[in-house]
Design a protein around this ligand. Structure first.
Ligand code: GLN
Ligand code: ZN
Length: 771
């Protein structure tokens, strides 16, 4: 039985990679220094895994930016615009590489970065490969070979190179011109993969891991055939290399038969996401074939300790059917998605002391994998048995802890009914009541919530956190910023004002810190994209709102103006989606607990005289399961959670929601089911195209299609915004339209914000007069 790993976090336990990359981009270190930093990180990771007892250690899982981008460079899929940078004479063309990731504005060149998008259902983002009809491929980078040699020198055992498989690589990319299907490029791509395998074989590789995560998606017969053909060919040409095929984040589902028939040496199963898969496989004739199974029993997507006893039972079931020598044990997926090492958390950190014993980061997960192998082979091993005892006790403590169990919250959840998720009257009645009360003009103007987070705002917060400023000083500063923002919005002439969110570091962290049942690690960073890391909150227990969270600030802002001030909250689905979520109850239940906490806040805001309340849900779409057959179940509870949060108020209180750039076509009926009085969305970049989904559906409620893109500092003209509004009125009734930027303004600076919003107010005025 082999302990192995699919991939290890590359950022370093103190975000060394981030620092090195950013210094390199700022020209503070040389390419050689950056390469050296990378080499040291790889080395440390390999040794860590070896010392933990992992027998088959991955290599080529390191990346300076992203593993999909690495693949594009390896197979020479360089978009034409980057050709001027192609001749850099190094084995790892850094300038080209980072230009593809981040764009290149130098030496008279202005090259746009490649697109970035989410990696399956994670918060990791990869660089989307770009393909043209005349696309050719050639082996361009030595990275994989260099890293194999390095790993081989470092380790006592042969490393296992990891490659993104050719079918997933193509499917993750995009055709950059019409008229061809990227999968037809396979015939041109495969020779490069064969070249890679040939070289690795020469270098002495024994195992090679092919990641084909597209097997976790719904595939067409054509795509399935492509997979079968690829691995058939590779098998034929490399009979002596051991091929491990890995998919994760879902069941193989309808692709299971295909996966089981593939002529590979080992097949990896994500048994955390899909525990039943094993039993299904053991009833097929797979049992009679020699293929090995890699059991992904340790959760690579979450930070909870493994239930070793339960995993052992799974392993024993597989051993009984296949024999121990056909089994590998692993995390469910690459450990890229969890923080590096729990032992860097210090005692005085934010984590409640009890919580620590329930957590396992990447480093700790290696121990779990190795312990499972040991216990399966020598049940009486004293060290491993002791770990089992500790594990059992920790799990028991977790089940019983009163930090986790809040009977009152559980009781409330049980009593939740459809009624709690329904406003008193239908939208049409509410709309009349709200229009009567708010008396806003046609095309009312507003913003999405945040205003520029200036250096002063950030510095003030940092000083407060470090204890260099008292709470009173800190709050006095926030008060004065809020006051200025109110005066400024009045000057600009906006109709519905906001308080500006100056007291918030981040839209989820702010609420996470104020809610019971949610904790923050000190050092639990996870790569989001490139050098950007996030530290997701840890939802560990029943969620409870000990006291109002935003009422003071909203009330302060409202007291300063006669115009309506919109209260500003983050919705339950978004808090859930951007956190590590407890695994001891369904996600749905955790989401509804969050919804109850937000519900209470909404009710308190209304009681404090706030007549308009926005509940942001930018992550609603992100939560969609990978397979369509599971969409409805998710959307049902996600929509229910939003409605629970929003439904405690009277008809005259107007509920807004905001969603960032998203495809709405296929979820439009769920969006309508949210029944928000007003939804603001990002549409300016698509020239209102995104509104078509709402128009086709005859979306009944009010809607604010963003009329300008806040992601760039350029100031939109009045004319272009009037034109967008005119386009909007062609598909939706004018009385339902709002005028607003397409997202929050916290990343902008004040000068361009002032100009842009003045133009926006002017555009609304023009629209009222001319449309
Ligand atoms: N209210 C938030 C803001 O304005 C919304 C941010 C978002 O949509 N991501 O910053
Ligand atoms: Zn947004």
């Amino acid at each position: 039985m082999i302990a192995h790993n699919l991939g290890y976090p590359r950022i370093g336990s103190h975000r060394e990679l981030k620092r090195a990359c950013e210094q390199f981009w700022a020209k503070k270190i040389t390419p050689q220094q950056l390469q050296e930093a990378g080499r040291q990180l790889r080395q440390a990771n390999w040794l860590t895994q070896q010392q933990a007892g992992i027998a088959l250690v991955p290599c080529n899982d390191f990346s300076f930016y992203d593993q999909v981008l690495d693949m594009s460079l390896t197979v020479g899929a360089i978009p034409k615009r980057f050709k001027p940078l192609l001749d850099e004479p190094t084995a790892y063309p850094l300038a080209l590489y980072f230009a593809m990731a981040r764009g290149y504005q130098q030496d008279g060149l202005d090259l746009k970065a490649m697109e970035m998008t989410k990696w399956f259902d994670t918060n990791y983002h990869y660089i989307v490969p770009e393909f043209s009809a005349d696309q050719s491929f050639s082996l361009l980078s030595e990275k994989i070979f260099t890293e194999f040699d390095e790993a081989r020198e470092t380790l006592d055992t042969l490393p296992k190179p990891v490659l993104l498989g050719p079918v997933s690589y193509l499917l993750l990319g995009k055709e950059k011109e019409p008229g061809f299907d990227r999968l037809t490029l396979l015939d041109r791509l495969l020779p490069v993969y064969k070249q890679i395998l040939g070289r690795l074989q020469q270098q002495g590789a024994e195992w090679v891991q092919f990641d084909e995560p597209c097997l976790s998606l719904d595939l067409t017969p054509h795509q399935q055939e492509a997979i079968a053909s690829v691995y058939g060919q590779l098998r034929q040409q490399f009979p002596n290399l051991k091929l491990l095929l890995a998919a994760y984040f879902e069941c193989y589902g309808a692709n299971l038969n295909l996966a089981l028939q593939l002529p590979v040496d080992a097949l990896h199963l994500d048994l955390v996401r899909c525990p039943n898969q094993l039993a299904d496989i053991l009833t097929t004739d797979f049992v009679q074939r020699p293929t090995q199974l890699s059991l992904g029993v340790v959760d690579g997507r979450n930070i909870w300790i493994n239930d070793l006893e339960k995993s052992l039972a799974t392993v024993r079931q597989a051993v009984a059917a296949l024999g121990a020598d056909r089994i590998l044990i692993a995390p469910s997926c690459s450990l890229l998605h969890v923080p590096c090492d729990l032992s860097t958390e210090t005692a005085e950190a934010g984590l409640p002391s009890e919580l620590n014993q329930w957590l396992a980061f990447a480093r700790q997960k290696l121990d779990e994998v190795v312990t499972l192998v040991t216990l399966s082979q020598e049940p009486d091993n004293p060290q491993a048995s002791a770990l089992l005892v500790t594990n059992r006790a920790a799990l028991q403590a977790r089940r019983e802890s009163n930090q986790i169990n809040r009977p009152a919250v559980q009781q409330r959840l049980r009593q939740l009914s459809e009624q709690d998720a329904r406003r008193a009257s239908d939208f049409s009645q509410r709309q009349a009541i709200q229009h009567d009360r708010l008396r806003l003009p046609l095309f009312p103007t507003t913003t999405i919530g945040s205003f520029p987070q200036t250096d002063a705002v950030r510095a003030n917060r940092a000083k407060f956190k470090k204890g260099e400023k008292t709470l009173a000083e800190y709050e006095a500063f926030i008060r004065s910023e809020t006051e200025q923002a109110i005066r400024w919005q009045e000057d600009v002439g906006l109709d519905v004002l906001v308080h500006g969110e100056f007291e918030r570091n981040d839209m989820v962290e702010y609420f996470g810190e104020l809610l019971d049942g949610i904790a923050f690690s000190q050092n639990g960073w996870v790569q989001s994209y490139g050098s950007r890391c996030v530290k997701p909150p840890i939802i560990f227990g029943d969620v409870h709102r000990p006291e109002p969270m935003t009422v003071r600030w909203a009330q302060l802002a409202q007291s300063l103006t006669d115009k309506p001030v919109k209260g500003m909250l983050t919705g339950p689905v978004t808090i859930l989606q951007w956190s590590f979520v407890r695994d001891d109850q369904p996600r749905r239940d955790t989401c509804l607990q969050l919804a109850l906490a937000i519900h209470d806040e909404v009710v308190d805001l209304e009681a404090a005289g706030i007549g308009i309340i926005q509940i942001d849900e930018p992550a609603l779409r992100e939560g969609l399961p990978l397979r369509r057959e599971n969409w409805d179940t998710y959307l049902n509870w996600a929509v229910m959670a939003f409605r629970v949060a929003a439904s405690g108020v009277q008809d005259h209180t107007q509920i807004h929601t905001h969603m960032c750039y998203a495809e709405f076509n296929d979820i439009i009926s769920a969006i309508a089911d949210l029944d928000a009085d007003v939804i603001t969305i990002e549409t300016s970049r698509s020239q209102m195209e995104l509104l078509d989904a709402f128009a086709r559906f005859a979306y009944p409620n009010e809607i604010g299609p963003g009329v300008y893109d806040i992601h760039s500092p350029s100031v939109p003209t009045v004319a272009e915004m009037v034109e967008l509004l005119r386009q909007a009125t062609q598909v939706l009734p004018a009385r339902n339209l709002w005028v607003n930027p397409d997202c929050g303004l916290k990343t902008r600076r004040w000068p361009e914000t002032t100009e842009a919003l003045k133009n926006m107010v002017q555009a609304a005025q023009t629209a009222r007069e001319t449309i």
